[in-house]
Write a protein that binds this ligand. Structure first.
Ligand SMILES: [Zn+2]
Length: 197
């Protein structure tokens, strides 16, 4: 049973307007997702074992959601959807074949997937921006959020796609500074406005 999520529903409507064939699919009900889950466990030697339970995935104009989706807070879902909207727009920008090469094969080469890292970096920057806009700058400055995002690049989650913490820290600091500047000049109301459902 899903709890009320008005901001999420409103954002999903926006996504459907921008991407008319957009659909949300639960991974647990989807055979392809279960196959990908097994493949990921094999190539990461069990390091990525949360594909079905914690990770959201965009393939073409479909968003595959994990089992935790139903329990997620309304604003947390919007933050996830803003990350995934970046991937939908990347797909449109690069075309399906290029995106598939960059996105569907994130694990090769293991430990050095620069294309994937850049694609995810753009999307995680949007996660950070959405957090700042919806939860406030203090939430965006959280060391726990920083550690969580950087870990996505350096851990088996995405096949150790960019295991260079010093460079990632520089990217992170620059992105956060840019978002802080955007919010201070826009009065904290750039883009999606959470206060007006
Ligand atoms: Zn992503």
């Amino acid at each position: 049973m899903t709890h009320a999520a008005p901001h999420c529903e409103q954002f999903l409507d926006q996504l459907r307007r921008e991407f008319p064939t957009f659909r949300v699919i639960h991974k647990r009900d989807d055979r392809l997702s279960r196959l990908i889950d097994v493949a990921l466990k094999v190539v990461t030697l069990g390091g990525q074992d949360e594909y079905l339970t914690r990770y959201h995935t965009v393939i073409a104009n479909r968003l595959y959601v994990p089992t935790c989706w139903d329990d997620e807070d309304d604003l947390d879902r919007v933050i996830v959807l803003r990350h995934e909207r970046v991937h939908l727009r990347q797909s449109r920008r690069y075309g399906f074949v290029v995106m598939a090469a960059l996105y569907l094969l994130p694990f090769f080469p293991i430990g050095l997937a620069y294309g994937r890292a850049r694609i995810e970096w753009e999307a995680y920057t949007e996660s950070l921006r959405a957090t700042a806009e919806l939860r406030g700058l203090d939430a965006a400055r959280s060391p726990a959020l920083r550690a969580h995002i950087l870990k996505q690049f350096t851990s088996p989650a995405y096949g150790w796609m960019w295991p260079f913490p010093a460079q990632l820290s520089r990217w992170y600091d620059a992105a956060l500074a840019e978002i802080e500047a955007e919010i201070s000049t826009a009065g904290g109301r750039a883009g999606y406005d959470a206060a007006t459902p």
